[in-house]
Design a protein around this ligand. Structure first.
Ligand code: FES
Ligand code: FES
Length: 162
């Protein structure tokens, strides 16, 4: 099937099977390797993307559900000032996620703070629970998210438009 959707601010058309998964379309058809493939069962979150602003595991999104949708991957998000803000906070908090969960964590933090600008620690952990991480400590993650939340709430800003 021919399928047109908006990806990182641009209209794209691909020819794929209706049940092909978004993670494979992004990586294999469109060459966007920043979206990592892991479990393919919706459990690890390494394949996370923003679909209509919500974080979703792209391994669970079938092609037929994408018609007319708006998708943002880490490649698109990396062009926003919100991305730079989160990366800066990671450095300040000495939070250093490895390549496996990095993209998912960044997108999940952004989506969490868009719907809840001042989350509690419990809300942060719940909001990021869809992206599993084996490598880094929770303390530096919480410090990083709190730094981003503080930075976002103390100044006016425009919404991300990758
Ligand atoms: S590969 Fe999609 S959640 Fe693990
Ligand atoms: S899985 Fe390596 S930092 Fe999260």
């Amino acid at each position: 099937m021919n399928l047109t959707f908006t990806l990182n601010g641009k209209s794209v058309t691909v020819n794929v099977e209706p049940d092909e998964r978004l993670v494979r379309i992004l990586r294999d058809e469109l060459g966007l390797a920043g979206t990592k493939a892991g479990c393919y069962r919706g459990e690890c979150g390494s394949c996370s993307v923003l679909l209509e602003g919500q974080v979703v595991p792209s391994c669970l999104v079938p092609a037929f559900a994408l018609r007319g949708a708006t998708i943002v991957t880490i490649e698109g998000f990396a062009r926003t000032k919100e991305y730079a803000e989160i990366v800066r906070a990671f450095e300040e908090a000495e939070y250093t996620p490895c390549g496996h969960c990095h993209a998912g964590r960044l997108l999940a933090i952004h989506a969490l703070l868009e719907r809840n600008p001042s989350p509690t620690e419990r809300e942060i952990l719940a909001g990021l629970s869809g992206v599993r991480c084996q490598c880094t400590d929770v303390g530096s993650l919480l410090r990083a998210v709190n730094l981003v939340a503080y930075s976002r709430t103390r100044k006016p800003r425009a919404r991300a438009r990758p």
